[in-house]
Design a protein around this ligand. Structure first.
Ligand code: ACM
Length: 374
């Protein structure tokens, strides 16, 4: 396991780490896999891409690990994957990302842009308007996500007013520029791909500038329960996130996952969508391990492709064509209590389409997953 417990994305990666360990506990409590317990081997890559690569090497070459669970920032996945590929290992990646990638040595359980950015845009065009300001952290996921979002906005006859980046470890000056840009353009929507610790500063700067989320929300793919837990109360209220899972979901499968998580980690431990993916991917792995009866990645991949699991968000399935996962998009708006209220949830699971081969914003049918909602 390579989840950062220090550095800018420590909060969200701790949520992913917790969820991974919860799934392992459940599997071991039920007798392990074919009679043997799963043993986690963990290192802290400190939100640093180079450390992911070094520790990936150490896990495989020194610790005898063949399957790695980890990474949040795409920069860390891109640093680790060549190490995993060169050693014929397997990476389970449980974070939403920018798409346009396929590794035969990676299972992608977080959302691709057609499963989070596209439904978000559909919602925003109806509810808020089509003039967008884009703000992101200064690395590959925001650049690529903004490229995808810009294409989608333009194809919907909307306008991208500007695209700005702030450092991963921002200072106050960076948010002054953000506020100036918002005042200058008065967009309908601010699309944020800011990640990690700077997220709290972004929402604080927005509120202190006196902007109104009802008129001009920040809409994000990465502002989850873990980032909101780092904010002052009220800073996230009225803002919007698109994700396949929210801690506040009321289905019985979501409730039992959240209850088990809180029982183990405490009531205030946040349960983010990236944690839910971290949780269900371990269960998918354990089933594949049981049926393959070996941790040889080739055998695991054969068992994983096309496999399904009743995840907390609903039934998920690994698409054999691209190793990404069918997921259930949702749009949440943060309420006064800091929890997400679901404002839109299409009644279908969506096929992962990481290369946007089916780009139509209005046609969901070709990508719908027939299986049932949980
Ligand atoms: C990300 O960097 N994939 C959030």
């Amino acid at each position: 396991m390579l989840f950062s417990q220090s550095g800018v994305t420590a909060a969200i990666e701790r949520s992913q780490l917790n969820a991974t360990l919860l799934a392992i506990d459940e599997i071991n409590a039920a007798g392990g896999v074919n009679g043997r317990p799963i043993e986690p081997v963990m290192h802290d890559p400190a939100s640093n891409p180079k450390r992911y690569a070094e520790l990936g090497e150490a896990l495989i070459d020194r610790d005898g690990v063949r399957v790695i669970f980890g990474c949040y920032m795409s920069s860390t996945r891109k640093a680790l994957l060549p190490v995993v590929e060169a050693r014929n290992g397997l990476l389970f990646y449980s974070t939403l990302y920018e798409g346009f990638e396929y590794s035969p040595r990676c299972i992608y359980s977080g959302a691709a842009p057609n499963q989070n950015a596209l439904p978000l845009l559909k919602y925003l065009l109806e509810a808020h308007g089509n003039r967008f300001l884009l703000v992101g952290s200064n690395y590959v996921f925001p650049y690529e996500s903004n490229r995808v979002m810009s294409d989608l906005v333009v194809s919907a006859k909307g306008r991208v007013l500007n695209e700005i980046y702030i450092p991963l470890e921002p200072g106050e000056k960076d948010f002054e520029r953000f506020v100036r840009e918002v005042r200058k353009h008065e967009p309908d929507v601010i699309f944020s791909t800011v990640v990690g610790a700077g997220t709290a500063q972004l929402y604080q700067a927005y509120r202190e500038a006196g902007f109104d989320p009802a008129r001009m929300p920040i809409a994000s793919l990465t502002t989850s329960e873990a980032e909101i837990a780092q904010m002052e109360p009220g800073d996230a209220e009225g803002h919007i996130t698109s994700a396949p899972f929210f801690e506040s979901l009321t289905t019985s499968s979501a409730r039992s996952f959240v209850s088990a998580f809180k029982l183990k980690y405490g009531h205030s431990a946040p349960v983010a969508a990236s944690a839910e993916a971290a949780y269900f991917q371990v269960h998918l792995f354990a089933r594949a391990l049981a049926s393959a009866d070996t941790d040889a990645p080739e055998a695991l991949l054969d068992a994983l492709k096309g496999s399904e699991y009743d995840a907390p968000q609903g039934r998920v399935k690994i698409e054999p064509e691209n190793n990404h996962t069918y997921l259930w998009p949702k749009i949440g708006r943060v309420g006064a209590d800091g929890a997400f209220e679901i404002v839109w949830a299409p009644p279908v699971g969506i096929k992962p389409d990481p290369y946007f081969l089916s780009p139509s914003i209005d046609d969901w049918s070709s990508l719908a997953f027939e299986s049932r909602r949980a």
